[in-house]
Design a protein around this ligand. Structure first.
Ligand SMILES: N[C@@H](CCC(=O)N[C@@H](CS)C(=O)NCC(=O)O)C(=O)O
Length: 222
């Protein structure tokens, strides 16, 4: 099976969950990086410059033997099934994983929706307000749903839910999102613990040193 993962040159959770799952499963794939100008064209036409179809005109997209698959959740589950990180027969566990992937999408949308279409200064003000109110409210809900007694959100091992939350929190606390303070998760010890555990996992460290720029700030979880 030939797999090509298509995304921007940025380790955002939407792509990282699927990519890291494949890496952890020892499954070969190619990474195709799309620049902003090409993406602007694909956003309009639904195709990359090489004619690859981008369903819904959005990234990430995974090409499976030439078939284009879109949507973070669908791609993550597909990669998780190939790599053994997503259950094929335990439907309750599968649904529990799904709820974290979908909640990561909710939080992402909440942030992106703030200030959409506004200039940078107004966007920053709106995100500062979000960081004092709705965002901590969502993070509190997430914190309350991390109930296992281990380092991991579900079960005894690192899984898709942990990967999603780790990279989403990494983004939120990286100071790249203007208006969101780097200590936004400091009041949430379970979320912080999961992030530290993922960050310290030997396979994740291997992945990071292989694919992230040396000076890349992965986030602040202490
Ligand atoms: N529902 C999609 C959303 C993906 C998404 O919004 N991706 C961004 C880039 S990170 C994008 O393509 N934005 C352009 C658009 O939504 O038109 C998913 O979960 O993958």
């Amino acid at each position: 099976m030939k797999l090509t993962f298509i995304y921007f040159d940025f380790p955002f959770w939407r792509a990282e969950v699927g990519r890291i799952a494949l890496f952890m499963g020892g499954i070969d794939f190619e990474s195709k990086v799309v620049g902003s100008e090409e993406f602007t064209r694909a956003w309009d036409t639904g195709r990359l410059d090489d004619r690859t179809v981008i369903p819904f005109h959005q990234l990430p997209c995974l090409l499976v033997d030439g078939v284009s698959i879109a949507q973070t959740g669908g791609i993550s589950r597909f990669c998780g099934k190939l790599s053994g990180l997503y259950p094929r027969n335990d439907h309750v566990l599968a649904a529990q994983i799904d709820q974290f992937l979908d909640f990561a999408t909710d939080i992402t949308e909440l942030v992106f929706a703030t200030g959409r279409g506004d200039d940078d200064e107004i966007k920053k003000v709106k995100r500062e307000a979000l960081s004092k109110d709705e965002l901590p409210r969502k993070l509190r809900m997430l914190e309350n749903c991390i109930v296992g007694g281990t380092d991991w959100i579900l079960g005894r091992d690192l899984g898709l839910a942990d990967l999603a939350i780790w990279r989403l929190m990494g983004w939120l606390t990286s100071e790249r999102v203007d208006g969101i303070p780097r200590d936004i998760i400091s009041a949430f010890p379970r979320i912080s613990r999961v992030c530290r555990a993922v960050d310290g996992h030997p396979r994740i460290q291997e992945w990071v040193s292989k694919t992230y720029p040396k000076d890349y700030v992965r986030g602040h979880y202490d």
